[in-house]
Design a protein around this ligand. Structure first.
Ligand code: M6R
Length: 610
């Protein structure tokens, strides 16, 4: 969602804020702004559009300040325009605030403030915060106290940063439900919603937890609760490098991240395979492994692509580890009054580790006594920290809004978890060794698939003008069909649906004619004969068929229009390979349509609102 960055120190904060905002643009990008304070002067510059538009605007302004905050917006209340962009300010322009989250009771607060004579300029929920804080400042409270008092009246979620011309030696930040870190430097400090914004300057960070507030000056910081209890915080060292969050010569982050998959998949397995024993070793689960293995039931909760990974996990866990498994959208789970008890294990899958619905599902499951395990990519993220235990996927930073390498790494980690449980239950060592061998072979097989990039690009050329797409798969590859369709729709804006192939005849078959491309995921697995019948059904109705099939499948060519042949693996791991051509197809179609692949319209990388 929105991105937040702030600086206090002896340097000019303006380029630091702009560069930080560029790093954060993947979180939200309909408008951007900065607010700076220097020598008793305070100014806000904000713009509709991308950070580059803001940068251009301030290029000749010769701005200089040692204190400032910046924001990229992903609109929730009010259209993307200059007025609704952050920072928001009080009426005399002395108090600036940036906000990520949603203030649920903003209308009530606004009505109260209007009665006190406050005037609102924007349509946002965030603007109430700045006036509410101001209403305490005018009563003589300090900035820190005014923020605390204001937040006591607020319902909803927030990560906020506030600066005040009358107290120019500090930034006050607070969080509830939206991430915030404080970055520590020498005679300078930083605040951000995401470490990538400040990684160029420091690797020492302090993560704020919900209900905490920090007062950050250039050479100190203190953390307390909103209700004023002092807290000792641990300083963490970030291991991520700046190069890892650059495009590295690729035209888009998405393509870079697709191409990184041999390495990211290898990293997800590194040090975790016990070859002779035919099992896996997951340090993050050591303390809870007995409880996990003896779970009566596993629930997996997630959103979007991570939910698709969870669906594949369900097939793995039931098929190989023989534990009843259910998968549910986090947004439904949290409001459903789910039946969960202490014999259940609930996995929360999240690339960002900050998705609001997934975090709420985690808290619900924890409250009900289940074992709560996180599968996250972002180290130190809220879901990772609030889980009882968990496994990092180690895919490396994923910046493109469309999730690619995180998906394949989530599947690798789910297969490692499955293997761990299965070997402690009924899977034999030779069977375990077979899975380990196939896991080890994945990076090379992915490299082979990536060599098909040009061929897939040609295919994209042929299908870029289609208005609809259908993706069909069965068994382990039904979730891959869902994921292929999601990839296409989110970056190319082509309507696409994923279905279990057999369900087609219960409705979607009515859509099929010569204008409907149908992508079949058709590996030679236990469902192959059935899927061939489904292909025939589409062929009989004139649909254009693209198949993802195994190398060496000589039969399929004669019944499909196009086939992408990829290396074979065992059934449980085939979604990892089959998803990659679909990522490339979506990518090339979007590029050929001239769309912004890394920052598709209306989407944000990290969905920190409900
Ligand atoms: O960070 P998370 O994995 O929790 O994010 C969940 C979804 O928002 C995310 O997968 C989304 O669907 C992506 N845009 C998919 O490409």
């Amino acid at each position: 969602m929105c991105g937040i960055v702030g600086y206090i120190g002896n340097k000019n904060c303006v380029p630091i804020l702009i560069n930080g905002l560029k790093r954060l643009e993947y979180r939200g990008y309909d408008s951007a702004g900065i607010g700076i304070i220097e020598n008793g002067n305070s100014s806000i510059i904000k713009n509709k559009g991308k950070v580059s538009a803001l940068e251009e605007r301030i290029h000749n302004m010769n701005l200089h300040a040692g204190l400032g905050i910046g924001h990229t917006r992903w609109a929730t209340h009010g259209i993307p325009n200059e007025i609704n962009a952050h920072p928001h300010s009080n009426s005399n322009n002395t108090l600036f605030l940036i906000h990520n989250g949603i203030i649920e009771n903003y209308q009530t607060i606004k009505t109260g403030l209007k009665k006190l004579g406050y005037h609102f300029t924007s349509e946002t929920d965030s603007e109430v915060l700045v006036h509410l804080i101001d209403s305490f400042l005018v009563k003589g409270y300090s900035l820190c106290k005014a923020v605390q008092l204001a937040l006591n009246e607020v319902e909803g979620t927030y990560g906020i940063a506030v600066i005040y011309r009358e107290e120019p030696d500090k930034i006050v930040v607070a969080r509830k439900g939206s991430p915030l870190v404080v970055g520590l430097g020498e005679n300078e400090n930083f605040i951000a919603s995401d470490v990538s914004a400040i990684l160029a300057h420091t690797k020492q960070v302090v993560y704020l937890d919900d209900g905490e507030l920090a007062v950050v000056s250039k050479d100190n910081f203190t953390v307390k609760t909103i209700s004023d209890k002092e807290i000792e915080k641990e300083v963490h060292e970030i291991s991520m490098s700046l190069e890892e969050i650059d495009k590295g010569g690729f035209p888009h982050f998405m393509l870079k991240e697709i191409m990184e998959q041999p390495e990211s998949v290898r990293n997800s397995m590194r040090g975790r395979l016990l070859i002779d024993e035919g099992t896996s070793k997951l340090g993050g689960l050591t303390e809870v492994v007995d409880r996990l293995v003896n779970s009566k039931r596993i629930l997996i909760s997630a959103c979007g692509t991570s939910w698709h990974a969870g669906l594949v996990g369900e097939y793995m866990l039931e098929h190989i580890a023989r534990i009843p498994t259910e998968v549910e959208y986090a947004s439904e789970f949290r409001y459903r009054n789910p039946i969960i008890d202490k014999d259940d294990t609930v996995f929360l899958i999240s690339q960002s580790g900050e998705t609001a619905d997934t975090l709420a599902a985690l808290r619900e499951a924890k409250n009900r006594g289940a074992l709560v395990l996180g599968i996250c990519n972002v180290v130190g993220s809220t879901i990772a920290r609030e889980s009882t235990a968990g496994v990092y996927i180690h895919a490396g930073p994923e910046i493109g809004v469309a999730s690619t390498k995180a998906f394949t790494s989530q599947l690798v980690v789910l297969s490692l978890i499955t293997l761990l449980i299965a070997r402690k239950k009924s899977l034999s060592a030779p069977e375990g060794r077979e899975i380990v061998k196939e896991l080890q072979a994945l990076p090379d097989k992915i490299s082979e698939i990536l060599k098909l990039n040009d061929k897939i690009e040609e295919l994209a050329n042929e299908f870029k003008d289609a208005n609809n797409f259908l993706y069909l798969g069965r068994g382990y590859n039904f979730p891959v069909a869902l994921e292929g369709a999601l990839k296409l729709k989110e970056i190319s804006y082509i309507h696409a649906e994923g279905y279990p192939a057999a369900e087609m005849k219960h409705g979607p078959i009515a859509l099929i004619d010569e204008n409907m491309p149908v992508v079949f995921i058709a590996p030679k697995d236990s469902t192959y004969d059935k899927i061939i019948s489904n292909i025939e059904e589409v062929r009989a109705r004139g649909g254009k068929i693209i198949a993802i099939a195994d190398d060496g499948d000589g039969e399929i060519d004669r019944i499909v229009d196009h086939v992408i042949k990829i290396p074979r693996t065992i059934e449980m791991l085939s979604p990892i390979l089959n998803s990659i051509p679909l990522q490339l197809l979506a990518y090339h179609i979007a590029v050929k349509k001239g769309l912004n692949v890394d920052q598709p319209r209306n989407l944000a990388k990290s969905v920190t609102v409900e």
